[in-house]
Design a protein around this ligand. Structure first.
Ligand SMILES: [Zn+2]
Length: 304
């Protein structure tokens, strides 16, 4: 972890905050073990009650794979509104408008198009925990999940019953020891429109409307990214259905301590602060995690 931070900091100090909306984690090395089936080749079927392919996981053993970038159609315009809601144990950005104004993803391990249902967050009681996925055992203070459902199904609820029903983009955030030139704490200006409005939805079910462009400003830079991890897993909250094609970016979005702390002040249905909201990592049970890039050194398309 120390070498990661040093590496990141060197990049960090050379760049301005405006272009530091996100930064890549450096290559994590590769490893391979027993390779089960390619997740993209599994056929769709209705989900059965199972605890064999649960999420989140620790991402430390994975196989490099040549595959295309995820294609994003953000679709919303500068007037499209989104709902920002305290959902009791997390906060959600929900696209309420017509389907043709919602982001759509395709490509990579996905067959067909997946439409955005919501974006929500996971955090911990202190800065040493909070992310659901860990990378090489490293946990981060915040993780965002952009939940999408397969457009071949009528809606999110129906899609949740099929093994190819959902795809979730996972993005981790980290607090890095960076200061502005005047030595004030660094604040990520891309996520500030979201974090600065958390105080306006303090209690369960409180909500507001803002433009999708503002609330998802921090998300947009990922449109062009073509390095990511992918595996087949589950929802990380009840009913834990094993219907998710996970896409976890090997990048970390920097933000300030304060920008994480505001999540912990949100009230749950009992009127108490939601100090933490994350599930611990689950066993792989022989699943393969792929590290996708346009020109991977090793292919595993032949895996069986
Ligand atoms: Zn989640």
């Amino acid at each position: 972890m120390k070498s990661l931070l040093i590496h990141v900091c060197l990049i960090w100090l050379a760049l301005t905050p405006e272009i530091l909306a996100f930064i890549p984690l450096f290559r994590l090395g590769s490893s391979s073990g027993n390779i089960p089936s390619n997740p993209s080749k599994q056929s769709a079927s209705t989900v059965k009650s199972s605890v064999q392919a649960q999420s989140p996981i620790d991402i430390s053993n994975y196989v490099e794979k040549t595959c295309s970038a995820i294609t994003y159609k953000l679709n919303y315009n500068n007037e499209t509104t989104a709902r920002f809601e305290n959902a009791g144990h997390t906060v959600k950005v929900i696209m309420d408008g017509p389907d043709d104004e919602k982001p759509i993803i395709s490509g990579g391990p996905l067959t067909g198009e997946y439409i955005m249902q919501e974006v929500h967050f996971h955090w911990g009681k202190n800065d040493s925990e909070g992310s659901e996925h860990t990378i090489n055992g490293n946990r981060y203070p915040l993780e965002a999940h952009a939940v999408h459902y397969n457009t071949k199904y009528k809606n999110f609820q129906v899609a949740s019953n099929y093994t190819d029903g959902l795809s979730v983009i996972g993005i981790v955030f980290d607090i890095l020891p960076y200061r502005n030139s005047d030595f004030t704490e660094y604040e990520n200006i891309m996520i500030d429109p979201l974090t600065s409005r958390l105080k306006d939805i303090p209690t369960n079910t409180s909500k507001l409307e803002d433009t999708a462009e503002e609330l998802l400003k921090w998300f947009s830079p990922f449109v062009a990214k073509d390095h990511y991890f992918t595996y087949k897993g589950s929802l990380t909250t009840s009913p834990y259905s094993e219907v998710v094609t996970w896409i976890v970016y090997n990048a970390v979005i920097p933000l300030s301590e304060h920008q994480v702390e505001v999540f912990r002040k949100l009230k749950n249905p009992d009127g108490k602060c939601t100090k933490e909201h994350f599930r611990h990592v689950q066993p792989l049970n022989g699943r393969c995690v792929f590290y996708c890039s346009p020109n991977a050194e090793t292919r595993c398309d032949h895996s069986t």
